[in-house]
Write a protein that binds this ligand. Structure first.
Ligand code: 2AM
Ligand code: CA
Length: 260
């Protein structure tokens, strides 16, 4: 078993603390849904409260860092950047679907060096550190070995409301008729963690933010997978669109997305 680096121990402490609150709130959702009132405010509060717990815990260890968070925006500090998503998969959370992630990642000089994704509902703790591999609950993660896209399950994010883009149905058409099935998890962090774990063979989505994908990108890389933009260009922390895979099927998916 790999010894967890100190930074991962700190991130773990933060996400497990925040996860306790989130788990309790998840149990409340069902009651609130029955009453069908105040759910929006309740979830906004859950988001803010979770983020505050994360920031308070992390600031004790990294008082000078720059923080980039989904809810509070940017807190300017030094060149060490900590990216936080308090609840990735908010819509799942509201609907009582247990696919959510609390995400923290550390970025130095535009490079993601460490990251964690914690699903408090399923008690799955994922972490990765540069050069130290990807892990979930003390098990080393490896991407899948599948070579033929016909055998592959591929994750995606279906755009909705203001995120619709015109070619999406064509993308779905090009991929779905050539693979074993598509999945839409509703949480980018979980999609990426599942590619790292070899459950999904690939995943693409557009219009994401760095806090959705930060830790997951490192998980995929450290598990032996490949990360790029859907058109094959290299992915960096400013990219909005992403394609990850077990690396064996990367080009074929890229080609299918590109012909559109
Ligand atoms: P969230 O749950 O933290 O909002 C699902 O397709 C992924 O997209 C999730 O990781 C989700 O993160 C993110 N997402 C949902 N709505 C979004 C929006 N309007 N703009 C950008 N990302 C969004
Ligand atoms: Ca998110």
């Amino acid at each position: 078993m790999q010894i967890q680096p100190p930074v991962i121990n700190i991130f773990e402490k933060a996400v497990r603390k925040a996860g306790k609150y989130l788990l309790r709130d998840f149990g409340e959702i069902e009651n609130l849904q029955i009453q069908s009132k105040g759910l929006g405010d309740f979830v906004t509060n859950a988001d803010l409260k979770t983020e505050q717990i994360l920031i308070d815990t992390l600031k004790y260890y990294y008082p000078e860092a720059t923080y980039i968070t989904e809810e509070s925006g940017k807190i300017i500090g030094n060149e060490e950047m900590i990216v936080i998503d308090p609840i990735d998969g908010t819509t799942n959370f509201i609907h009582g679907i247990p696919l959510v992630g609390i995400v923290i990642a550390k970025i130095i000089n535009e490079e993601i060096t460490d990251g964690v994704i914690y699903n408090p509902i399923l008690d799955d703790f994922f972490w990765a550190s540069k050069g130290k591999g990807s892990w979930c609950n003390n098990n080393r993660l490896r991407v899948s070995k599948r070579q033929d896209i016909i055998d592959c399950i591929i994750g995606t994010g279906i755009p909705h409301m203001d995120r619709i883009y015109p070619q999406y149905l064509k993308e779905i058409d090009a991929i779905t008729k050539n693979c074993a099935g598509l999945r839409r998890m509703g949480a980018a962090s979980i999609d990426l963690a599942y590619v790292a774990a070899g459950k999904l063979d690939a995943y693409w989505e557009r219009n994401l933010n760095i806090w959705d994908v930060s830790a997951g990108v490192l998980l995929v890389k450290e598990a032996g997978g490949r990360v790029s933009q859907p058109n094959g260009e290299s992915w960096d922390i400013h990219s909005k669109d992403i394609l990850v895979s077990n690396s064996n099927i990367h080009e074929i998916i890229q080609e299918k997305l590109e012909i559109i």
